[in-house]
Design a protein around this ligand. Structure first.
Ligand SMILES: NC(=O)c1ccc[n+]([C@@H]2O[C@H](COP(=O)([O-])OP(=O)(O)OC[C@H]3O[C@@H](n4cnc5c(N)ncnc54)[C@H](OP(=O)(O)O)[C@@H]3O)[C@@H](O)[C@H]2O)c1
Length: 265
């Protein structure tokens, strides 16, 4: 193996979807804290820009489409060579969102959500496993969403994908404990990133009622806090923590009525 680029004292993190929004804010935060950061996304130009910003001693960029298992495997192998086989934290953050009435959305949009948000997470977890197992006290942080609390009208397939991420998190939190790997997720409500750029924003009626209260930097801070808290699900805002608590006691009929009101159907 070549001499690792990350120093032995540096903690290591690999972030998918690192070229924009939450992923980029998380990469900046961890680099600032002295971590060695693996940046993964499809856009080579944006990766290069971020690598230049963070500096070569703090990061490596990996052009990868998470829907392609082979590309993911190669990227994580290359990252492992940079870190001497270590990976302290994997952040499965890459995601896509398409919104609209279910029947109006073309099949390729439904597929793109499933391929990126579910299969992408599975590919990364599979390929990262040897590195995670080789690193004491390692951690996987999955980016789920508040839409994994109750099936979300206008976002049916997206919401289903985030329920899948939640299920993978809960299952592997139990399974991988025996390997010394913690698996948790973050379930933010709306965050002010390009993902919500129009026309998406104008299609989601709940945004006009709830607003967009979070910045990408707020969620990056939740990723940082998750390292210490190891909380299974972090709902990020006090109001959504309260909603989750109320959900446990509310009958399905009340939950349905609330969601119907929020989504404007
Ligand atoms: N924004 C919200 O309101 C919100 C709320 C809750 C949860 N989330 C979740 O948080 C995560 C990040 O969202 P965001 O708002 O920061 O999104 P964003 O600003 O749209 O950024 C998405 C990132 O994912 C990358 N990406 C997309 N498809 C990819 C693929 N196939 N392979 C590799 N990288 C890919 C994009 O880079 P390239 O285009 O260069 O590949 C980009 O870096 C997502 O999982 C999202 O579902 C978002």
């Amino acid at each position: 193996m070549n001499t690792p680029l990350a120093s032995a004292a540096q903690k290591t993190i690999f972030i998918t979807g690192a070229t924009a929004g939450i992923g980029r804010a998380t990469a900046r935060l961890f680099a600032e804290k002295g971590w060695y950061v693996g940046l993964a996304a499809r856009s080579a130009d944006k990766l290069e820009e971020l690598e230049n910003e963070l500096g070569a001693a703090k990061c490596s960029g990996h052009v990868v489409d998470v829907t392609d298992a082979e590309q993911v495997n190669q990227a994580l192998q290359a990252f492992g060579e940079n870190t001497g086989g270590r990976l302290d934290v994997l952040v499965n953050n890459a995601g896509v969102l398409h919104a609209g009435d279910f029947e109006d959305m073309p099949t390729h949009q439904h597929h793109s959500i499933i391929d990126t948000n579910i299969k992408g997470v599975i590919h990364c977890m599979q390929s990262a496993f040897p590195l995670l197992k080789n690193t004491p006290d390692s951690h996987v942080i999955n980016m789920s969403s508040a839409s994994a609390m109750y099936g979300s009208p206008t976002l049916a397939t997206y919401s289903a994908s985030k329920f899948a991420v939640r299920a993978l998190t809960e299952a592997l939190n139990v399974e991988w404990a025996r390997h010394g790997i913690t698996v948790t997720d973050i379930m933010p409500p709306f965050v002010d990133t390009e993902m919500l750029d129009n026309p998406v924003r104008s299609r989601i009626k709940a945004i006009s009622l709830l607003g967009v209260q979070l910045s990408a930097e707020d969620v990056a801070q939740s990723v940082w806090n998750a390292i210490a808290s190891r909380q299974l699900h972090d709902r990020v805002t006090p109001s959504f923590r309260l909603l989750a608590l109320m959900q446990k006691h509310a009958p399905d009929s009340i939950q349905r009525r609330f969601v119907k009101f929020l989504s404007g159907y």
